[in-house]
Design a protein around this ligand. Structure first.
Ligand code: DLL
Length: 436
């Protein structure tokens, strides 16, 4: 078909070439951070490491981790490595607790980010012929502008749609003939739901055939549903504000893990408890050292996202950049229910694999006396009788027990009963237990 999946030759360069480039850039980055950001000088001095100690890629392990909390302490500009006059854009990650993290970009940073997003789109088969409808926030959040820069870099038509006004989006997606949709996965569902209510079938009445989704955990089951609703092929994209935004890692058309853009990011996966490096295929916390950040360098950033690195160093798509598994969730998403670890992603897989279950659910955790109680509220796909609801709830309780070991209580509600989020990340877990 000759579609330009691979945008930059470095994506399929021999490993040796990629690693040499990484080492050169790592040395530069460590020195850059050490000499320009007092926090890194202090942390490295305390750890007894100097930039000269970085002689191989493995030497990255000598560096101390950087945590979100380090960045809170330097709020707002204290971790910038260039004068503000060199900074041309900022974003901020909302952060559920405490102060947000402000990240900054020089012109060169924006250039890098645009290239990485363009590469990510190309991996999804997007070309300059496409009309990319960007239903992501264009504000502090990095999603909207990140997608925008990438689509424009490719020469595609970028539609800066933003979020909210869901009905209008449906109309515009149809009228403009959008071919690619960028959104958080949950909003892709919501758009389809509203479209159907309006009498627009996203599969038949729109030209959207590619989805690029990320910013929150989404299971394979959810992907299947989105693909079916839109008759599309959807791609998982990963990133975070501290790493420019979206575009750190991206699926190719094989949909088997996400290629990390390793010329710009050095990745490790470490044990969440000890911080020790793990072997490929072993799941742990993703730690990232960006290799080209000017304004906002980071050394061994503890993302708190759980994944593993693939053992294979090549892919049938021709790329040699290593892959990570789809993000299972954040380490702090894990619920501990009476001593048992429960991942919301597992709950989602179980629920959505049932054909009678709709697309919306919530997990509610409460304290009852000394015990934790987990409730799952889930919508049915179509209206059910009380009896059918009860039978479905029982069946789901059993399926969840098999997957989780514990048995949550399930309540099935009618379609439309669970509140929708009109654009941003979904809030599916409500933990009402007192904070300890
Ligand atoms: O969510 C950047 C982004 C925008 C990525 C649009 C993809 C698409 P933050 O708001 O800083 O940045 O949130 C970052 O979101 O640490 C993960 O926990 C989660 N996340 C991002 N992408 C994925 C994904 C953006 N593909 C946090 N799968 C990260 C699962 C994701 N979780």
């Amino acid at each position: 078909m000759g579609r330009p999946y691979i945008l930059n030759p470095i994506e399929k360069a021999p490993r040796k070439e990629i690693e040499e480039l990484q080492l050169k850039r790592l040395k530069h980055t460590v020195r850059w951070a050490y000499e320009r950001v007092p926090m890194y000088k202090r942390k490295l001095d305390e750890a007894g490491v100097s930039p000269d100690d970085i002689r191989s890629l493995d030497d990255v392990r000598k560096l101390p981790f950087t945590y979100k909390d380090d960045l809170r302490q330097t709020y707002p500009y204290g971790a910038f490595a260039v004068p503000l006059s060199e900074v041309v854009e900022i974003h901020a990650s909302s952060g559920t607790t405490g102060k947000p993290t402000v990240v900054g970009y020089t012109k060169k940073d924006l250039d890098n980010w645009s290239e990485l997003m363009a590469r990510s789109f190309a991996a999804a088969g997007v070309t300059k012929e496409d009309i990319v409808y960007i239903a992501l926030g264009y504000h502090w959040f990095t999603g909207g502008l990140g997608f925008h820069y990438g689509a424009q870099r490719l020469g595609a038509l970028a539609v800066p749609a933003g979020t909210g006004f869901t009905k209008r989006h449906v109309q515009m997606i149809k009228d403009l003939g959008a071919t690619v949709l960028g959104a958080v996965p949950n909003y892709a569902l919501r758009l389809a739901e509203v479209a159907l209510e309006m009498g627009v079938d996203p599969a038949k009445d729109t030209k959207v055939r590619t989805g690029v989704f990320g910013a929150e955990m989404w299971s394979e089951e959810l992907r299947k549903r989105i693909n079916e609703l839109w008759d599309m092929d959807s791609y998982d994209i990963y990133g975070m504000s501290e790493l420019y935004g979206p575009g750190t890692a991206m699926e190719c058309h094989h949909h088997d893990g996400l290629h990390v853009w390793e010329d710009h990011y050095l990745i490790e996966v470490v044990d969440p408890k000890t911080g020790e490096p793990l072997e490929p295929e072993e799941e742990g916390v993703l730690v990232v050292t960006p290799l080209t950040h000017e304004a906002f360098p980071l050394l061994r950033y503890w993302t708190n996202d759980l994944t593993f690195i693939y053992d294979a160093r090549s892919c049938d798509c021709g790329r040699t950049m290593r892959r990570i598994a789809r993000i299972k969730g954040r380490a702090d998403d894990m619920l501990i229910i009476n001593g048992v670890n429960v991942f919301p992603s597992v709950v989602e897989e179980v629920l959505l694999s049932h054909p009678l279950v709709g697309n919306q659910y919530q997990i509610i955790v409460e304290k009852e006396g000394e015990l934790d109680r987990m409730y799952v509220v889930v919508e049915s796909k179509r209206r059910l009788t009380e009896q059918e609801k009860e039978a479905l709830a029982k069946e789901l309780e059993e399926n969840l027990r098999e997957a989780l070991i514990i048995r949550p209580r399930v309540r099935v509600v009618d379609p439309g009963e669970i509140p929708r989020v009109e654009g941003g990340k979904a809030k599916r877990v409500i933990d009402k237990r007192p904070k300890t």
